[in-house]
Design a binder for this molecule. Structure first.
Ligand code: SAH
Length: 787
């Protein structure tokens, strides 16, 4: 802060605060007769802060500046540099320095543009500011004028209720801190620079609280993230049930259904899911299952009223698009409902119901537009009532926790057609809007959004700022963290961003600190360096050695390029702790599955590689079996200045098929600088990131000792999937599901943090230590979950 020259028209007024009281309240001000002393201000949240603290002669409780009287606790405008809006602060001290100059100490407020929200400040309510924990000393004449800031209770507004903000210049209900760029509910007055609770480690025994909470997994893929979250919550003493999941990929949905029979899996686009939820609520209101505060919009069925109760329902009406002559059919029952265009016709999307026709079997079930079915009141009522009673679809307030990462392909580093100027107009980033609209509609208690690190990098972090701004505008508390999968017990780097959201009345979950060593710090843009979980404490953490590829997969039986069976025997005993625990059967694990699948038999699923064509297989067979081997070791190429090129002195060797042994693309990839094409992994290595493709053309995916790419199961191991998690679909789809997943141990760690917070057991620290390690923690009742 720039400090203008003191002018003379200012002074403290009234009696100074007694020396006794002043030294008791501000002991660091009375340390020395020197002008300043360097002190360490230990604030538990931000770590130790060094400050060169002005020494005081005496303190006051009031001051006059340009004829205006100011008191301690007043909120004021403070002079900023030319051309900038004045700063806003709360006065927390008035004192005369040893050199006689008058000072005040300011505790600053942030405007939204001063926070991580930055350029997206217009998403947040006008007049809204955030209290900080940042304080510093300023000459008294920097005070410009008084400003009226009111503190309002933090609250999520639902339905028709209005949030009342009294007349003011600014208002606040939340604090903002730099540690993990956190917005959190401002505790009651007097919390300046103070912690609310002091326990720093939360690894104490928890009181089990088995009340069931419902989770909605959006963009669920095969469900890795939510599987981890439910396991972690269970370790904290909470029963978190994956009640609903939504994904547009039918194979991913099949996998989720297979592994989670308790989940209502919706194979549809998230945007259609939201429209369905809105329509479902109207149906629940229509049949008086929930009260409606709003006027239900007329659904045009008033003329049907007198036919109410007509059991001889028919699918007549204006069922445009229906190819079946309606008068010949009678609805037996409704089976499902969706918003969209399930008949695949070129019609506008609309609400549809799946009909079982009287006298016909499942093969004749059809989807019919709701508009043509309005007359089937009784059957509709039956269907909606059953759905309502079983919570088939969530109504606002039903969902405790929403997790999932909206895909933002528009920001991906791989995408060459990125719209930098207006990221949200890029259709590939639309899902971020859809995601936030779903949150806005359902108002869950907790939100956890996952994304790639490009979220922070693309267009100066636009999408990350947007996500935070939307949540804050909905009055959620938020906190950002970046986690590396390898830090939680798998041999993979994989950095991902996680954004917590929590209703203002809930505890905001912390981030779980790493349990395992990771590689060097990842390259986050400087402003976001703060959010790398554990980074500021890296020297204090006692970490296990990072896992290696051998730790994760050395026990798996050999497989050839042509392995046909997706169910095999293990053949060997586990060789490492990781292998021992990752092999647990579902029944032996903590996965809460309501007693279904009690089988303890252990089958090795999905241990199959993508079958390479003859040419690629021949190339792979030529790659030597040693650490670091890749296409550069093949005959016919030479390396100069770390750049590969064809050796002009020899003829290019060919494959049996007549094609070149070293293909052109391998040499031209990254201008000849890459070592990835046809790269072999080695036992002591950590995989960079498991991706969705298995081809060896531009990534290191060949098994250390076998001539094939890593199998689906090997990838799944590196992602921390328990071995009992079987995947569905063609092999390429299985790779996609595994490559898209949030590494299971990361989900477990976050689920534990959520569980503590949602039971009110976490303190206000942004990070916690985990009392367990993955995958040991997966073991069910028989063994203690100890660190
Ligand atoms: N969280 C998951 C991985 C999700 S990957 C896990 O941990 O396993 C993102 C998923 O979003 C993909 O499975 C993709 O099929 C799905 N998806 C993409 N666009 C979608 C849309 N519009 N609606 C619903 N799902 C979508």
């Amino acid at each position: 802060m720039k400090r203008p020259e003191p002018s003379s028209d200012l002074s403290f007024t009234g009696e100074p605060i007694s020396a006794e009281e002043a030294t008791e309240k501000w002991p660091l001000r009375y340390r020395s007769s020197k002008a300043r002393v360097s002190v360490t201000l230990g604030t538990p949240k931000d770590g130790d802060i060094e400050e060169n603290l002005e020494q005081a002669k005496r303190h006051y409780s009031q001051a006059l500046v340009d004829g205006t009287l100011f008191s301690l606790g007043d909120d004021v405008y403070v002079k900023a540099e030319e051309g900038n809006p004045n700063y806003i602060a709360k006065i927390v001290e008035f004192f005369e320095a040893v050199d006689g100059e008058p000072y005040f100490r300011a505790r600053w407020f942030y405007r939204p543009e001063d926070t991580v929200i930055k350029t997206l400040a217009n998403e947040v309510q006008e007049k809204r500011v955030f209290l900080s924990n940042v304080e510093d000393d300023n000459p008294l004449n920097c005070i410009v004028s008084r400003v009226n800031i009111v503190k309002v209770p933090a609250k999520i507004v639902t339905g028709a209720e209005e949030r009342v903000i009294p007349p003011c210049d600014f208002y606040y209900d939340m604090k903002y801190e730099l540690a993990h760029l956190t917005f959190s509910t401002a505790a009651d007055e007097g919390d300046a620079s103070s912690t609310i609770s002091s326990e720093s480690d939360s690894n104490c025994i928890q009181i089990p609280q088995k009340k069931e909470k419902f989770l909605l997994d959006l963009y669920s893929g095969c469900g890795a993230m939510s599987t981890g979250l439910c396991m972690g919550a269970s370790l904290s003493g909470i029963k978190l049930t994956k009640k609903w999941a939504v994904d547009i990929n039918s194979f991913a949905c099949d996998s989720l259904r297979l592994n989670h029979p308790e989940t209502e899996v919706r194979n549809e686009a998230a945007e259609d899911f939201l429209k369905l939820l809105i329509e479902w609520r109207k149906l629940c209101q229509k049949f008086a299952l929930i009260s409606s505060t709003e006027v239900i919009e007329s659904d045009g069925d008033s003329e049907d009223e007198e036919e109410d109760g007509d059991v001889n329902d028919d699918a007549d009406g204006d069922s445009s698009g229906s190819e079946i002559p309606p008068e010949e059919f009678e609805v037996d029952k409704f089976l499902d409902i969706c918003f969209g265009n399930p008949k695949g016709l070129k019609e506008a999307s609309a609400l549809h119901l799946k009909v079982r026709w009287k006298g016909y079997g499942p093969d004749e079930d059809t989807w019919e537009p709701y508009d043509g079915l309005r007359k089937c009141k009784e059957k509709l009522k039956e269907f909606v009532t059953t759905g309502f009673n079983t919570n088939r679809f969530p109504l606002p307030g039903d969902v405790h926790f929403v997790c999932g990462g909206p895909p933002c392909q528009g920001i991906s580093g791989f995408n060459r057609f990125r719209n930098n100027k207006a990221p949200l107009e890029d259709e590939k980033n639309q899902q971020l809007l859809v995601y936030m609209n779903i949150i806005d509609y359902l108002k869950p208690n907790y939100v956890l959004m996952e994304n790639v690190v490009d979220l922070l990098k693309f267009s100066k972090g636009f999408c990350a700022r947007y996500a935070v701004a939307r949540l804050v505008a909905m009055n959620y508390q938020t906190r950002l963290g970046m986690m590396s999968a390898g830090s939680y017990g798998v041999p993979q780097v994989r950095n991902r961003v996680f954004l917590w959201g929590a209703q203002p009345t809930e505890k905001l979950p912390p981030y779980p600190l790493p349990t395992h060593e990771t590689l060097a710090k990842s390259l986050t843009p400087t402003e976001f360096e703060e959010i790398q979980v554990g980074y500021s404490r890296r020297n204090l953490l006692q970490l296990e050695k990072a896992l290696t590829l051998a730790d994760a997969i050395s026990d798996l039986p050999p497989a050839t390029n042509y392995e046909k069976s997706d169910e095999r025997k293990y053949e060997t005993k586990p060789q490492t702790n990781f292998q021992k625990y990752i092999r647990l059967s579902r029944a032996e694990s903590i996965i809460p599955l309501d007693g279904r699948d009690a089988s303890k038999s252990r089958i090795l699923y999905d241990h199959q590689p993508l079958e390479l064509n003859d040419d690629d297989l021949e190339r792979v067979c030529h790659i030597v079996k040693k650490k670091g081997a890749n296409f550069r070791d093949l005959p016919g190429v030479i390396v100069e200045d770390n750049k590969v090129k064809f050796d002009p002195s020899v003829e290019r060797p060919k494959l049996k098929s007549g094609k070149f042994l070293v293909p052109d693309y391998a040499v031209s990839f990254v201008n000849g600088k890459s070592k990835k094409p046809f790269g072999r992994l080695w036992w002591d290595e950590i995989v960079h990131t498991v991706v969705t493709r298995a081809e060896p053309h531009n990534q290191i995916v060949i098994h250390p000792l076998q001539d094939r790419v890593l199998t689906v199961r090997e990838n799944a191991r590196i992602q921390g999937f328990p071995d009992f998690y079987k995947l569905c679909g063609p092999i390429k789809e299985k790779y996609i599901q595994v490559g898209n997943a949030v590494a299971v141990p990361v989900g477990v760690a976050l689920g534990y943090a959520f569980g503590l917070a949602s039971q009110g057991l976490s303190d206000n620290q942004p990070v916690i230590k985990l009392p367990f390690m993955y995958p040991q923690c997966m073991q069910g009742k028989t063994e203690e979950h100890s660190a």
